[in-house]
Ligand binder design. Sequence first.
Ligand SMILES: [Zn+2]
Length: 241
Amino acid sequence: MNTIYIIIALVIIIGIPISIFLIKAHLRWKKIKEKADNIKNEKIDSIISAIENIGECEPTAAILIKDKENQYSNQYSISIPSFISSPWSGRKIEFELSNQLPISIKDDSSINAIGNCIYRAIPAPRIKLKSGKEQNTWSVKRYLNRSPELKTIMSPIESADQEEALKYILGPTIRVLGGIQWAQSAEYPKCEECNGKMTFLLQVPGFLFPNKVEFDIHESEIYVFSCIKHQNNVQKVIQFY
Ligand SMILES: [Zn+2]
C-alpha cells in the first residue's frame, strides 16, 4: 500500500509543476503569435524590404516567401528570378502533381505558385565576411542582428522571442540557387548526357504540396538540379525526414 501512496505523491509532486510549466509556455507562445500576426498583417512589406536591405553584395540566390492565396491558381511552378544572373534566370520549373512528381523546365517565367499559394521572390541577403569572402545568409537570427530596421519592426515582441516570432512570420520558405539544406546526406545527381555533377536550382519542402503523388510528399524535401552544359536537363532528388 505504501508504495502506491509514494507513487501517487511523486506523480503529484512532479506532474503538477510540469503541467503548470507547459500551460504557461503554451499561453506565452499564444501571446507571441498574436503579436506576430499583427506585425505580419501590418508590416510584411517593411519586413521584406528590411531583409532585402541587409544584402551588401550582388545576390546569387533567392528566398521565396509566402505572399497571398490565389484561389484560382492551380499551378505548381517556381521561376528562377531575373534579379539573379544565372543561365536559368527567367525560366521556370513546373511540377506535375502525379506519380513521382515529374518536373520540366519552361522558357517563360510566371508567378511562383504551389497550388493556391503565391510566393514572392526576394534576394537572399549576401554579406561580406571579415575575411572578405561573400556569403548568402539564411539565418533569421543574423537578419535581426544586422538590421536595426527589422529590430524596430519586431520591437512589440521581447528581444528573446523575436527570432522565433520572425521565423513564424516568414513561414516555410523555398530556396532558389543557393543555401542547399539536405534532409539527409548530400546527393548531387549526374547529367544523363555528360555525366557531370548537376547544379542546384531550388529546394521545396514537400509538405507545401497536396498529397497527390505516389510517395509520402509531406515527409519529403524536393531538390531540383540542372546541368551547366545541358541547361534543358532537369532532375530532382527527393529526400525524406
Ligand atoms: Zn550535361
